[in-house]
Design a binder for this molecule. Structure first.
Ligand code: PGA
Ligand code: ZN
Length: 419
């Protein structure tokens, strides 16, 4: 049994060149855990607070020295001497100390970095791989552990792609029957086939925040057509070997109850936009649709679910923000069939696990996701396996901060074989 002996934090950069927190926890038996936390770009209003200094003299106000100060001055005395394997107690103490509904006092970035570093150190101390250690905190079922199906974001639009197209993420999703390592290989095949397709259309193959291409196109449908072309070039059958998905991140093109996308010359109501998604499904087999509508458009979400959930997974990201109250509202309104889990939207491992559990109880699919401003920390790969997530979304199969997670899943896949 090891106790928390030392906690220290420092400012590092994330993949967007913005400051974030890296926390190191050392236990009484010498076990060490190091964790760094990501930041979002299209941040929903129901997320916990990613606390920044707002000091314009440093990093455009994005410094995190105040949050780090809280780790040293407030969280360290609170947690030192506690049993590290008691994650519930560690996380609960931080939640109670912050005592705000959105962790705005201490900062979800500060709290989560400590929460994860404690878990990593404790897993080391128990000599367990992190996914097996975290599994201990998950309500048991008899299903064998498996690698979730990866959703590769191969075209970046919206605020991730410099506004080149409206929808934020164009995803390819291999058939769930495929082995993870095979899916990863197919993902890269399509990625490079897409690069060729983009270049053969005299478009730029430069990339956006999550490693997907970000060509300037005149419509969202053109992006889907390019992907279809790439799938054909890679000899994959759409709707059989590989499926299409979208994270529209619709908050970003919603204004005064109307949506605006460049495929249409006039503004759209929720109903009009749902008709557009229906057409996309008929033409491209849309398996997955995340944030198809804005986070407060409940009536629209209910209609989207009623209209499309038979064929398409209706997933809430900004809608739910990994928040148990928002998830419970979405479930009671029959607004979705899947939910995004991003630990930094809520701020502790304990609460992230509880939201996964609530989703599963309601029969929803669980999608564990990275953020656009990632670090090389691969915690979410282990977390996704531990909670038996259905899908993971870690960006394109390129760039260090994205492949850190995909590669960790490769390692877990080979470890699962020997269990
Ligand atoms: P974000 O985007 O990290 O910029 O919020 C990811 C997503 O919307 O899924
Ligand atoms: Zn999203």
């Amino acid at each position: 049994m090891a106790k928390i002996k030392q906690i220290s934090a420092r400012e590092i950069l994330n993949a967007k060149g913005e400051p974030t927190i890296e926390t190191t926890v050392i236990l009484s038996d010498g076990a060490v855990g190091i964790a760094s936390v990501p930041s979002g770009t299209s941040v929903g209003k129901y997320e916990a607070v990613d606390l920044k200094d707002n000091d314009p003299k440093r990093f455009n106000g994005n410094g995190v020295l105040n949050a780090i100060g809280s780790i040293h001055k407030v969280l360290t005395p609170l947690l030192t001497g506690l049993e590290a394997s008691n994650q519930q107690q560690v996380d609960k103490k931080m939640i109670e100390l912050d005592a705000t509904p959105n962790k705005s006092k201490i900062g979800a970035n500060a709290i989560l970095s400590v929460s994860i570093a404690v878990a990593k150190a404790s897993a080391r101390s128990a000599v367990l791989p992190l996914f097996l250690y975290l599994r201990e905190f998950v309500k048991k079922d008899d299903a064998p552990l498996k690698i979730p199906t990866p959703c590769f974001n191969i075209i970046n639009g919206g605020v991730h792609g410099g506004g080149s197209i409206d929808f934020q993420e164009f995803l390819i999703i291999p058939a769930t029957s495929k082995k993870y390592s095979e899916s990863l290989q197919l993902g890269t095949n399509v990625y490079f086939a897409l690069k060729k397709a983009i270049e053969s259309n005299n478009l730029s193959s430069l990339i956006g925040y999550e490693g997907g291409f970000s060509p300037k196109l005149s419509s969202n449908q053109d992006a889907l057509l390019l992907i279809k072309q790439a799938l054909e070039a890679a000899n994959l059958r759409v709707g059989f070997d590989m499926f299409l998905g979208l994270d529209a991140a619709a908050n970003n093109f919603y204004n005064e109850n109307k949506y605006m996308i460049r495929d249409k010359s006039t503004t759209l109501t929720s109903k009009d936009l749902i008709m557009f998604y229906k057409m996309v499904n008929e033409q491209f087999h849309l398996l997955y649709l995340e944030d198809g509508l804005a986070e407060d458009d409940w009536e629209g979400w209910k209609e989207l679910y009623a209209t499309m959930s038979q064929q398409t997974l209706i997933v809430g990201d900004d809608l739910v923000a990994t928040n148990p109250f928002r998830l419970s509202e979405a479930i009671s309104k029959s607004a979705l069939s899947g939910v995004i889990i991003k630990p930094n939207q809520i701020g502790t491992i304990l609460e992230s696990l509880a939201v996964c559990e609530m989703a599963k109880q309601a029969g929803l699919k669980v999608v564990v996701s990275h953020r656009s401003g990632e670090t090389n920390d691969d915690f979410i790969a282990d977390f996704a396996v531990a909670v038996s997530a259905d899908y993971v979304k870690f960006g394109a199969p390129v760039r260090g901060e994205r492949v850190a997670k995909y590669n960790r899943l490769l390692s877990i896949e080979s470890q699962l074989k020997s269990l």
